[in-house]
Design a protein around this ligand. Structure first.
Ligand code: PLP
Length: 458
């Protein structure tokens, strides 16, 4: 299908017309654009027929892996029956059924589901709901958001304001005002209590109280936290962290938004990350794995308390998206849930997560590997220049090593994952939840070969 001629034509068209996301386009002046044409299970193939282990699940998305005809058929069936209708004062069966299904799995009284087209829109919706809720319940000044350093929450103006990566924001300032950062839970580089996870967790959570006090409790609406923070390379919460955050949120009447765009739907072996770490959010934002990537969808899940003022009279949440809760996407998500249950996907992650961690930890014998961290099927491997001092790379080394060598070398070795230096340099892994020991071994072996070569370049 993709012979030499059609490949050349695709390359030319891509160069002439396609604007890839977060992509330094000049990297493809001399190199081919990687064109992925097919997927099956944990593997994808490019237009030249080369095979890659998809160790990032596309982009933290492909929970059930590629090429599942049951998910594709659910999409086709729905498209034939009712391809589109909006959720603007109307409903359709699969959105209704999916809302009930999600509410059934979501912790506590998170019973109200507002569909979006993706994660950033779910984050926007959560911030707007928080502001709207306080405006109509007698605390109209509460509008500010606290989030964590280096955390990524999306690219729209609101979500980007909440994002804690100055480099991503710089070109778009001024953004939406009223967002503030607190430290994240990177214990590998903890400024205090680095040898005592509980004390560190308490300290990190208490920084949220400090920020609320500094801003004025009457002005703070919400704190946005991922169960495991992705950007920076997978920072799980220290023990007691979220319990302390919950106490602080209750004390100051600040909403706890669990941004689970990555961490929900099995990534950590549970439907929701909050469940894994035993805390009760006021809102969960989710997307990505909700359909395993077979159609785009996001969901903001709100508590009964937040919905209550909108349940009566003329009060209306004046917010929505044309494609939020698209019938094809909600049909696919329902099938995704059915497969999770039938094939015991979460149970499988919990059974195999120890083996995944153990296999990745073998890499700690390499001088360039400083830390292996994460939970479930979600890991970051931090690369360092000097393991004893934890010294990281300077800008020129990062450019040469990560952008110049690592991403391409991993891909050439048949491993699709992500070398990222939005915080300290890390390799990020988020493989399909169907992966087993053979995939873990392949990931480890390919990483070992490439990281060994990378260390030689220093
Ligand atoms: N929030 C988190 C935690 C994310 O990881 C992402 C995307 O990776 C987003 C929000 C934005 O999601 P989307 O790219 O679907 O808009």
């Amino acid at each position: 299908m993709y012979d030499e001629n059609s490949n050349a034509a695709l390359q030319q068209s891509a160069r002439d017309h396609l604007w890839m996301h977060f992509t330094r386009m000049s990297s493809y002046d001399a190199a081919d654009v990687p064109v992925i044409v097919r997927g099956e299970g944990a593997y994808v193939w490019d237009a030249q027929g080369r095979k890659y282990l998809d160790a990032l699940g596309g982009l933290f998305v492909s929970q059930l892996g590629h090429g599942r005809t049951d998910l594709a058929e659910a999409a086709a069936k729905q498209a034939a029956e009712l391809a589109f209708f909006p959720l603007w004062s109307y409903a359709h069966p699969t959105a209704i059924e999916l809302a009930e299904k999600i509410a059934g799995h979501a912790p506590g009284d998170l019973n109200r589901v507002f569909f979006t087209s993706g994660g950033g829109e779910a984050v926007e919706s959560a911030w707007k709901l928080a502001k709207n809720y306080f405006k109509i319940t007698g605390k109209p000044m509460k509008h500010k958001v606290i989030s964590r350093a280096i955390a990524y929450h999306g690219t729209t103006h609101g979500a980007l304001s909440i994002t804690g990566l100055p480099g991503l924001k710089q070109q778009f300032e001024p953004l939406v005002p009223s967002t503030f950062r607190v430290p994240n839970t990177n214990i590998y580089r903890a400024p205090v209590h680095g040898d005592d996870p509980e004390a560190f967790g308490r300290w990190a959570a208490d920084q949220i109280a400090v920020a609320i006090e500094n801003e004025g409790p009457d002005t703070v609406a919400a704190v946005f936290l991922e169960p495991v923070q992705n950007a920076g390379g997978c920072f799980p919460p220290p023990p007691g962290y979220f319990q302390r955050v919950r106490e602080i949120c209750d004390e100051y009447d600040v909403l706890l938004v669990s941004d689970e765009v990555i961490c929900a739907y099995g990534r950590l072996g549970h439907m929701f990350g909050a469940e894994r770490y035993g805390y009760q959010p006021d809102i969960i934002t989710s997307a990505k794995g909700i359909t395993s990537g077979y159609a785009p969808l996001g969901a903001m899940i709100a508590s009964d308390r937040l919905y209550e003022p909108f349940a009566h009279g003329t009060e209306t949440f004046l917010h929505g998206y044309t494609f939020g809760g698209h019938p094809v996407s909600t049909a696919v998500a329902l099938k995704n849930f059915e497969i999770f249950e039938n094939e015991k996907i979460n149970e499988g992650v919990l059974e195999r997560e120890g083996a995944f961690r153990g296999t990745l930890e073998k890499l700690l014998d390499l001088p360039i590997v400083g830390d292996v961290r994460g939970d479930g099927f979600f890991y970051g491997i931090e690369l360092v220049k000097d393991k004893t001092t934890k010294e990281t790379f300077d800008e020129a080394e990062s450019e040469r090593l990560l952008r110049g060598f690592l991403s391409k070398a991993l891909y050439d070795a048949g491993l699709y994952c992500r070398a990222d230096d939005r915080g300290d340099p890390v390799v990020q892994l988020s493989p399909p939840l169907i992966c087993d020991q053979s995939h873990f071994d392949e990931i480890e072996q390919k990483l070992r070969a490439v990281l060994t070569e990378a260390a030689g370049l220093l």
